[in-house]
Design a protein around this ligand. Structure first.
Ligand SMILES: Cc1cc2nc3c(=O)[nH]c(=O)nc-3n(C[C@H](O)[C@H](O)[C@H](O)COP(=O)(O)OP(=O)(O)OC[C@H]3O[C@@H](n4cnc5c(N)ncnc54)[C@H](O)[C@@H]3O)c2cc1C
Length: 430
């Protein structure tokens, strides 16, 4: 990898997501050599991916070059590399661009969509975990409407305008709300020769309420908001298969839909060499102790989505969300500095700052520790928090200006098919 030798210990960080970047920032100016590896050369702000999928934002406003984050830090190196394996016996990692030795290894590779082994849904459904996937979804949504124009068969047309979103967590809820707004405000103007009132947005949840990690009040209010926007919510319904046209469920409910978005779960990215059964927790996460050390290793750490710090109060680890990732990254940075100074590390304590989801224009739900609220004020809080955590002044400005423009004009101008999503539409004619 052509990284110079240094008299300082080498910390290798795998993943430039929320956790990896927070850690890197903490190590800046310290007596360490830091090598950050990521398979992409950019950091992705995943909470706004759904806005890219629905034409509200361009992808470059929610991505940020990792090299730019690190450019002023001394002793920092970035390599665009995909980690393939950890060779713990000789303290090396193997990647697609070569191998590298480490003194301390931090795995912050995040998570990926979990299809729970359902290969048919994986093949025919759409995931929304990365920018390329969001762009695919954006293209496909628009292509479906272009295709719907070409047929006078009502059945075929309805299937092309039918959306099924599986998973009633924040991702599913936010996407459903955004699609409902497009249906109301944009489709009638863009497709005047199509009866877009027939477009359906179905949100399917296996449990008895959406946003189940939030308060009951937030769930109820989010349901009301979505229903007022025309979204159909199907609870206690488990999707079993999707062949690209027909969605089947465990009950006798079926849908014909050109689009199925799978937002029903994530699992940690697999890292070979650290995949012994005893350290893998539910969702493929690596079991770590209160210092984020992977069970059985002193100088290998895991932070963020990939780490499971199972304790009495968090038997399944911390939520797979941005806040635990950022807090663990920062805390591990402080702990590594303590180690270098010959001091003892301190245990990680998660400060739950609450959770929130937006459901569309003027509508959001926010659960803070002592205060839960919904509606317009919640929506402003949601926007402020997301702007605050976006990396880069330019990105914040662009997102802010886009939001103001979209709000005032009831518009989403990034509805562009720049990279068409190839799919076979013949099945809808059958
Ligand atoms: C659609 C969506 C909406 C979300 N909304 C919210 C929200 O509203 N609020 C919230 O708190 N959380 C939200 N989340 C969850 C949040 O984004 C994650 O919890 C957070 O990104 C985890 O941070 P991380 O650093 O652990 O991983 P990530 O941010 O995923 O970063 C992992 C990094 O590792 C890199 N990587 C992966 N595998 C490899 C490899 N083999 N080699 C090299 N590099 C690799 C990736 O490219 C990536 O840059 C959302 C997630 C999604 C997908």
């Amino acid at each position: 990898m052509n990284i110079p030798k240094s008299s300082f210990p080498r910390v290798v960080i795998v993943g430039g997501g929320f956790a990896g970047v927070a850690l890197a920032k903490k190590l800046s100016g310290k007596e360490v050599q830091v090598v950050l590896l990521d398979k992409n050369n950019y950091h992705t702000f995943q909470p706004l991916l759904y806005q890219v999928s629905t034409g509200g934002l361009e992808p470059d406003s929610i991505a940020y070059p990792i090299r730019k984050i690190l450019q002023d830090y001394p002793n920092f190196f970035f390599r665009m590399a995909e980690i393939q394996q950890v060779q713990t016996s000789d303290q090396k990692i193997i990647t697609n661009i070569g191998s590298l030795s480490y003194d301390h290894l931090v795995i912050a590779a995040g998570s990926e969509t979990n299809f729970f082994g359902n290969t048919e849904i994986e093949k025919n459904g759409m995931a929304m975990k990365s920018i390329p996937q969001s762009l695919n979804l954006r293209s496909m949504i628009l292509e479906n409407f272009e295709q719907a124009l070409l047929t006078d068969n009502l059945h075929e047309r309805d299937a092309l305008m039918n959306f099924v979103i599986v998973g009633g967590g924040p991702t599913g809820v936010e996407l459903a709300g955004a699609l409902a707004e497009i249906k109301k405000g944009i489709l009638p103007k863009d497709y005047p020769d199509l009866d877009t009132r027939r477009a359906q947005i179905n949100l399917i949840q296996s449990g008895d309420r959406i946003l189940k990690e939030m308060s009951e009040n937030a769930s109820k209010k989010a349901e009301d908001f979505l229903e007022s926007l025309g979204v159909q919510i199907w609870k206690n319904t488990r999707v079993t298969s999707y062949d690209g046209k027909k969605v089947t469920t465990k009950t006798d409910l079926e849908f014909e839909a050109a689009t199925l978005v799978w937002a029903a779960g994530v699992k940690a990215v697999s890292i070979k060499g650290l995949d012994a059964q005893e350290i893998l927790k539910p969702g493929n996460r690596l079991q770590v102790n209160e210092y984020n050390q992977v069970q059985g290793y002193e100088n290998i750490y895991a932070i963020g989505d990939i780490a499971c710090m199972a304790k009495e109060d968090t038997p399944r680890g911390h939520p797979m969300m941005a806040q635990p990732a950022i807090q663990q990254g920062r805390h591990l940075g402080d702990n590594l500095v303590r180690l270098l100074e010959g001091k003892k590390m301190e245990p990680f304590i998660y400060k739950d700052k609450g959770s929130m989801a937006t459901v569309g224009r003027n509508k959001a739900v926010v659960d803070l520790k002592n205060y839960k609220f919904q509606g317009v004020f919640a929506w402003f809080v949601w926007m402020f928090v997301h702007l605050f955590f976006l990396i880069g002044f330019r990105n914040r400005m662009i997102v802010f200006v886009n939001w103001v423009y979209n709000y005032v004009r009831f518009d989403r101008e990034a509805r562009l098919i720049i990279r068409p999503y190839q799919r076979d539409y013949s099945r809808f004619k059958e």
